[in-house]
Design a protein around this ligand. Structure first.
Ligand SMILES: *Cc1c(COP(=O)(O)O)cnc(C)c1O
Length: 240
């Protein structure tokens, strides 16, 4: 078994453990392999090992690896900051754009999806830690953004995504057995928006949790985790 396959197996085990601990079903947790900087062969191994999707941070990387057949039919997600001039390249190519972080981007995506006559699935990214270095809607702006997304006929809002501050940057004491408050806040926001039942939406997805904290995220209510280094090993390239 390749080390990537072995890693996917271990991550799945940890996912299952966290899901069961939270009284949920392991198969309800969607595993996205965050494959930035990793080559087509590594991605292919992760797909063969049964990840549910692959997530890329850069449009060019997604298109290149796709052309190389890396994803082998697995869904492709875009999870990085989307430059406005790349909207035309990624719309209709990514099965889910997780990182929609502004109303301008909503408008641009709607326009492009309309031009292609498709419906583009999206998540709204929420800047739950209010970090200046991170994109996303502030928590109090998320509902209005959801209402706007619902009004755009060529976008289908499917949920929320967040990248909370790393523990060491959060200013919070180590939680011990307690849940991570940012994850709990995200879950509440997700439930609130889902309960609005906006037309033209299908809200099922809360994407949060990475290699260092996916178990904690699942306990708080995540049903999609984005895992990079725990599957592929540490990244040596300069990309974060
Ligand atoms: C890189 C990345 C991940 C995965 O990070 P790891 O800590 O390597 O698991 C998840 N989400 C996003 C948006 C990323 O850029």
């Amino acid at each position: 078994m390749s080390s990537i396959a072995e890693n996917v197996r271990r991550v799945r085990e940890e996912i299952a453990e966290a899901a069961l601990r939270a009284g949920r079903k392991p198969e309800d947790i969607f595993l996205v392999a965050a494959s930035k900087t990793k080559d087509a062969e590594a991605v292919r191994q992760a797909v063969a090992a049964g990840v549910d999707a692959c997530g890329e941070n850069r449009v060019n990387e997604l298109l290149e690896k796709d052309a190389q057949g890396a994803y082998d039919g697995a869904p492709k997600h875009f999870i990085g900051r989307l430059q406005h001039n790349k909207v035309k390249l990624v719309t209709g190519r990514a099965d889910l754009i997780q990182s929609v972080d502004s109303t301008e981007l909503l408008e641009l995506l709607e326009k492009r999806a309309g031009m292609l006559d498709i419906v583009q699935p999206i998540l709204l990214q929420v800047n739950i830690g209010r970090e200046e270095t991170k994109g996303g809607f502030l928590p109090e702006a998320a509902d209005e953004a959801a209402a706007m997304a619902a009004s755009l006929p060529h976008l289908r809002l499917e949920g929320l995504m967040a990248i909370p501050p790393a523990w060491e940057n959060s200013g919070l004491p180590w939680p011990g057995a307690k849940n991570y408050p940012y994850f709990d806040e995200m879950y509440q926001l997700y439930i609130d928006i889902r309960e609005k039942k906006y037309d033209n939406t299908h809200i099922w997805c809360l994407s949060m949790g990475m290699s260092g904290d996916f178990a904690q995220a699942i306990v708080s209510g995540a049903n999609m985790v984005r895992v990079g280094s725990a599957i592929f090993g540490a990244r040596t390239a300069s990309q974060p």
